[in-house]
Structures are given as structure tokens and as C-alpha cells.
Write a protein that binds this ligand. Structure first.
Ligand SMILES: *[C@@H]1O[C@H](CO)[C@@H](O)[C@H](O)[C@H]1NC(C)=O
Ligand SMILES: *[C@@H]1O[C@H](CO)[C@@H](O)[C@H](O)[C@H]1NC(C)=O
Ligand SMILES: *[C@@H]1O[C@H](CO)[C@@H](O)[C@H](O)[C@H]1NC(C)=O
Length: 416
């Protein structure tokens, strides 16, 4: 009896083990396949560095030889001759050299935190190294570094419900109805609080081509706080591009092949330092994006001194010709935790009424016209989904040209 029982137990144990064994193996293979896939992606993104710099915020900045940057993985760029400077630089009303001493005294220009630890040599480009855990935070390896679909602010949307459903909220100024060849703005920099790690808050300009269909072209640049993308709450310089409404093409920063960087001083995705304080010092960055009339590439400049590089014209369809709409402003994700509006802040987290030193602003907003000159935008509209959560107010004066204050706290008694 006892022997039978023991035999039965052993048998059951064996059956159990044999049943479990394949499961254990599949689990291990699943994990190691994912590791391998992540590692392969990291090998594509992180190019061999000439020198690496450890930033105080934990980033590693790799100084990568210009010819080895991710852009040149693109099949269309195999024989590309890098343009070391644009053939044309638009001139405008508001060159910062001409800005009056009054506004100069009140705002300060800024750089990037990693500069405290060193610089990249000429001939290299600084690239923020992507870590294993950065990729693991994405919904999939393929989606890492890409925006979710349907995030474009579409003023007077034909389908406002769709817009609310996606949870993205905006407070923007915009122009449309003309051909645009670039845009410029000076953007006040803050560190908005993010309630949930899967939300973000950003302030940027959008250069848009095409209708809002599946083939929308967009070039974007500004600052953002995105715990999902960067693993912290720091304010970072970013760019984005897509030629198919955020589906297969495009990415943030240098996280896919496309943008060709020529500058050795500014790293995309790196922390901006310092940022503005409420009733404290105000810091802002200038961003200019324009189309080179000769080569057709879209160039980007940061501040007065740093021409970062360009998006080759062939990446785009509509933007290969010109942009049909320009937008400037803020965007947050409202994931509606507990069915309530998120308390993720936009800009300074304060409403436009509070004005300078408290509310966030875009100043000297300009567009590049058909003669490649910077001009005051005509017929500026403003748009926000829920003005009691995030709002926008535009204005005009001699120093700041066309400007607007924007942003807000999200959840508050009027935005439950
Ligand atoms: C690059 O140049 C080689 C040799 O001239 C040529 O065979 C190839 O088609 C070119 N590739 C592209 C993408 O233009
Ligand atoms: C989005 O939803 C809010 C709250 O339900 C509503 O007040 C607002 O009008 C909606 N926005 C749009 C653009 O429909
Ligand atoms: C980011 O901020 C949120 C609160 O706003 C906090 O819960 C979270 O721990 C912060 N994340 C990091 C990586 O510091």
C-alpha cells in the first residue's frame, strides 16, 4: 500500500514536472528573445563613441563621429554628402541682437546640463545614450521613441470626441491658409509636474504639411518632460518628425535615421538647465526651423549660435514643398486617473492671466514666408480643448512682437 502510494506521488510529481518543464523553457526563451531584441535595437541606436561624457543627471552623452550617426543607416542617405551649413539663413524683425535691453535684463539664455561635465570635440555629434530600461518602458521595441497616433492639435476639429478620447490636451496659437517655409519662437522653459509616468507635458512648435489624414507631415521642436521616454522628470530639448501621421515613419530626436546633425555642442533629448522659477528668474530658448530654398532641406537652429542640422527633404511628401500650417504651444496627456482630470501641469502650471514671471509664454513668434524672410504671422488663431484646465491668451507689443501666455494646472475646482 505504502509503496503504491509513494509510486503514485512520484508519478504525479513527474507528470507535474514534465508538464511544467516546457512552460519554464518557453518563459526563459521569451525573456531572452526580448533581451536580444532590445540589445539589437540598442546596438542600432548607440553608435561607437569617440568619447563619452557622464552628465550630472545620469545621462551618458556619446560623442559620435559625424559620419557614424544614426541618420546614415537610412538607405537613401548612403551616398549623401553632408551639408555643413545652410545655403540661406532667414532674417527677421527679432534677431536677439536687436532685442531691447529691457527684455534682455529680465530673461536669460541657457544651455544643457551635461556641459558641466565636458564637451564633444569638433567633427563629432553629441548623442544621448539609450539605456536598456529606456526601451523596456516603451509599449514595444518598435514603438520606442515614437509618438502615439492622433496627437496633433487640430483646431476646430470635425470630430472633437475623438480628440478628447485620445487624452491629449493643447493650448496653442496657430496660422494656416498660406505657404510657410519655417517658423521661429522664443519659448519660456519650465519643469511642469507630471502626475503619472505615462503622461507628458511639452511646449513646442509644429510645422505641418498636408491634411490631417494618414499622410500628415510634421516637424516639431521644443522642450518636454516625459518620464516614459527619459526615465525622469527633467526638462529636455527635443525634436520630432513624421511623414505619415506618427505611424511608421519618424521619431523623437536621433532615435531613428532621418535628422542629420552637424553640431557638436547641443544634444537632442538632453536636459536643459536652468529652468524658470515662479516669481523667479525666467529662462527661454529660441528655436528656428526653416526650409533651405536651394537644397530643400529643413534646418533647425537652437538659440542664436547653434545650427543643429537638418531633415533631408526626401523624408517628406507635402513638406518637400512647403508647410500649410504652423502651430505653437503646449500639450499634455490626460490619462484621467480615477476618472478625474489629471493634475499634470502645462507650462508653468499657472494660467495666462498671471502674466510674466508666473505664466509660461512664447514670444516673438514668426513665420518664414515665400521670400525666405521671417515675418509676423497673419491671422493668428488660438485653440484649447478645455480652457478651465489649460488656457491660452495672445497679444502683441514692440518688444515681444506676437506672443502668447499659455498653460495651466490641469485638475482644479473648475476642471474636476
Ligand atoms: C550609391 O552609389 C553607388 C555607386 O555609385 C550606387 O550604385 C548606388 O545605387 C547609390 N545608392 C543610392 C541609394 O543612391
Ligand atoms: C472635452 O471634454 C470636456 C469634458 O467632458 C468638454 O468640456 C470639452 O468641451 C471637450 N472638448 C472638446 C473639444 O470637445
Ligand atoms: C517624477 O515625479 C513624480 C511626481 O510628480 C514622482 O512620483 C516620480 O517619482 C518622479 N520620477 C522620477 C524618476 O523622479
Amino acid at each position: 500500500m505504502g509503496g503504491d502510494f509513494r509510486r503514485a506521488v512520484v508519478l504525479m510529481g513527474m507528470i507535474f514536472f514534465l508538464g511544467l518543464f516546457p512552460l519554464l523553457c518557453v518563459g526563459r526563451i521569451g525573456i531572452s528573445r526580448q533581451r536580444l531584441e532590445v540589445q539589437k535595437h540598442l546596438n542600432r541606436l548607440n553608435k561607437p563613441a569617440f568619447k563619452s561624457i557622464k552628465s550630472p543627471d545620469g545621462d551618458v552623452i556619446d560623442c559620435v563621429h559625424m559620419a557614424h550617426q544614426p541618420a546614415f543607416d537610412h538607405p537613401f542617405l548612403k551616398n549623401h554628402t553632408v551639408q555643413m551649413r545652410p545655403s540661406y539663413h532667414p532674417e527677421g524683425l527679432f534677431d536677439d541682437s536687436k532685442v531691447s535691453s529691457k527684455s534682455k535684463a529680465k530673461t536669460n539664455s541657457i544651455t544643457q546640463l551635461w556641459h558641466l561635465s565636458g564637451r564633444c570635440p569638433e567633427g563629432t555629434v553629441p548623442i544621448r545614450r539609450t539605456k536598456h530600461e529606456d526601451v523596456l518602458r516603451a509599449s514595444s521595441v518598435k514603438r520606442f521613441g515614437k509618438k502615439k497616433h492622433r496627437t496633433i492639435p487640430k483646431p476646430r476639429s470635425a470630430d472633437p470626441d475623438l480628440m478628447n478620447e485620445s487624452g491629449h490636451q493643447h493650448a496653442i496659437a496657430y496660422v494656416q491658409g498660406d505657404k510657410y517655409y519655417g517658423a521661429k519662437a522664443t519659448i519660456n522653459v519650465w519643469e511642469p509636474k507630471i502626475q503619472q509616468a505615462n503622461e507628458f507635458s511639452l511646449s513646442q512648435l509644429w510645422i505641418l504639411g498636408g491634411s490631417f489624414g494618414e499622410d500628415l507631415n510634421s516637424i516639431e521642436a521644443g522642450w518636454q518632460v516625459s518620464p516614459d521616454l527619459y526615465g525622469d522628470n527633467n526638462t529636455r530639448l527635443f525634436t520630432y518628425w513624421t511623414s505619415d501621421a506618427y505611424q511608421a515613419t519618424g521619431c523623437y530626436n536621433l532615435l531613428c535615421s532621418g535628422f542629420i546633425q552637424i553640431n557638436s555642442e547641443i544634444a537632442m533629448g538632453a536636459s536643459i538647465f536652468p529652468v524658470s522659477g515662479y516669481r523667479g528668474s525666467q529662462y527661454d530658448i529660441s528655436i528656428l526651423v526653416w526650409k533651405d530654398p536651394k537644397e530643400g532641406h529643413w534646418w533647425m537652429q537652437f538659440g542664436n549660435d547653434y545650427v543643429l542640422g537638418y531633415w533631408p527633404s526626401f523624408l517628406f511628401s507635402y513638406l518637400a514643398d512647403s508647410a500649410s500650417m504652423i502651430e505653437w504651444g503646449g500639450e499634455v496627456v490626460n490619462s484621467q486617473p480615477d476618472g478625474q482630470h489629471t493634475s499634470t501641469q502645462m507650462g508653468s502650471g499657472h494660467f495666462p492671466e498671471e502674466g510674466f514671471g508666473k505664466s509660461s509664454y512664447f514670444r516673438n513668434i514668426q513665420v518664414v514666408d515665400g521670400s525666405n524672410n521671417l515675418r509676423a504671422p497673419k491671422g493668428i488663431g488660438t485653440f484649447t480643448e478645455q480652457s478651465n484646465c489649460y488656457d491660452v491668451q495672445n497679444g502683441n507689443n514692440g518688444d515681444w512682437g506676437n506672443f502668447f501666455y499659455y498653460g495651466g494646472p490641469g485638475k482644479n475646482p473648475n476642471c474636476p
